[in-house]
Design a protein around this ligand. Structure first.
Ligand code: HAM
Length: 423
């Protein structure tokens, strides 16, 4: 380290700074998340971003646990920045299992850290909206979560036609793999390998499957399943009495009632990379498939028992702030988040400072957003600053206005003026 070398003004690689123009987008997304969660009756919870490494590694063997930022504190504790919220949620629920009334509907906006390879839509830090329903076995939980997510997307201004939620059921894949003679012991590895489709070549996936102990015939059968396109095709293989198919059909019929059926599609290739999912899984993408997943989630009925808690069914989703902002900017334009509101107040000479300040005070007390200029300005200077600002209206006070006891409030977009009293 050279103490006299200039410091970089960049944040650490993969981390973000949020300047005011970035905060406009972030707030738009956060506001929509909160609004939708509250509208659907989810209760907020939170926890510290530092979590015990052991808890996070209990679900080891998957990509996320290789990406954990971990450290040892001064007392030798092994700690980590959470890569996701779900283990923490499971821990919190397990800790109070006796006192809680199920099903729980909880939400949080959690900052998460993953040491990822940096690609478009992937940062090393992101905020993630988590919606989880704990203690409900039926697909009523899945559909409630998906409808809340759809409401969140609508609240941030994404048109319904701009995205699709792709749904599958790991239990259906398990049934189909079993019918193909692939033993249940291999299923978790098959899921994780098949989930890599599109990210690595099919040959590499085949090699992964063979390394797990599948023979060439079983590997071919696993790939064949991915050719299934419709629920009817799946039914032809799984049998009409398949419980996993019944769950999917029920989900699609509830989607009609919730009014989101136009956005839901069955896609057998949606498997998800996390090991703990046991049933229905889903991922949302922009319709044109230009970007990575907007959100993902599913049913994880065994996670609570995996960490030592009581058996409890659960469904949830994680919805990051990175991809959705890319999708929104692409569709609506970079400037779309800039909303003009409130009033900017300026004055010409020091003698008008008092009148300007009193006006700002009156307007602020009435609940308006007021950007009072902190020094005198020439009219030209003031109005050019005003039009670049986030204010909708402008009031510029000169000596004549004070003498008259009124000033003009100008709408910066329409240039319309209204006379307002100064005292
Ligand atoms: P996940 O698929 O790993 O699931 O992440 C969910 C979402 O978080 C992704 O679809 C994406 O929007 C965002 N995301 C994840 N990693 C990054 C990253 N490096 N940069 C930017 N955005 C990212 C989970 O985390 C599960 N815990 C979700 C869940 C909740 N399942 C049940 N409950």
């Amino acid at each position: 380290m050279n103490p006299s070398a200039p410091l970089s003004f960049e944040p650490p690689r993969g981390m973000r700074d949020f300047y005011p123009e970035d905060m406009l987008w972030r707030n738009r997304v956060f506001d929509a998340w909160r609004q939708a969660a509250v509208a659907f009756g989810f209760q907020p919870y939170d926890a510290c971003v530092v979590e015990s490494l052991e808890l996070l590694q209990r679900k080891s063997g998957e990509e996320v646990s290789e990406q954990i930022y971990h450290f040892e504190d001064k007392s030798g504790r092994h700690l980590a920045l959470r890569p996701e919220m779900t283990p923490t949620l499971a821990r919190m629920v397990a800790a109070r299992h006796g006192q809680l009334t199920f099903p729980l509907k909880w939400f949080t906006l959690a900052q998460c850290f993953r040491y990822e390879r940096m690609t478009r839509g992937r940062k090393r830090e992101h905020y993630q909206w988590n919606l989880d329903i704990i203690g409900e076995e039926s697909v009523s939980a899945e559909i409630e979560i998906l409808a809340a997510a759809a409401a969140g997307l609508r609240a941030m201004g994404l048109p319904d036609a701009a995205y699709r939620i792709r749904v599958n059921n790991r239990a259906l894949l398990a049934e189909l793999l079993a019918k193909s003679g692939i033993d249940a012991a291999y299923h978790p590895a098959v899921f994780l390998a098949l989930d890599k489709r599109g990210k690595i070549s099919d040959d590499e996936i085949a090699a992964l499957l063979k390394a797990e102990g599948l023979d060439s015939d079983a590997v071919a059968k696993a790939f064949e399943l991915l050719a299934v396109q419709t629920l009817d095709q799946a039914a032809a293989l799984a049998g009409a009495d398949s419980p996993a198919l019944a769950a999917l059909r029920e989900l699609f019929s509830l989607a009609e009632v919730y009014g989101i059926a136009d956005r839901l599609v069955f896609d057998i290739s949606v498997i998800r990379g996390l090991a703990y999912y046991t049933g229905i899984v889903f991922e949302a993408f922009d319709t044109e498939r230009k970007f990575r997943a907007i959100f993902g989630g599913g049913r994880y009925d065994s996670l609570l028992t995996m960490i030592g808690g009581a058996p409890t069914p659960a469904v949830g989703l994680g919805f990051g702030d990175v991809v959705v902002v890319e999708v929104l900017k692409d569709l609506l334009g970079e400037a779309a988040a800039a909303e003009k509101r409130g009033v900017i107040v300026g004055y010409m000479f020091p003698e008008q400072r008092e009148a300007a300040t009193r006006l700002a005070r009156t307007l602020r007390e009435a609940g308006e957003t007021v950007d009072l200029q902190l020094g005198r300005q020439k009219p030209k200077q003031f109005f050019s600053r005003a039009s670049a600002s986030t204010a909708a209206d402008a009031v510029f006070i000169g000596p004549d206005d004070v003498a008259r006891g009124t000033a003009k409030r100008k709408n910066l977009a329409t240039r319309e003026e209204t006379e307002i009293p100064l005292n």
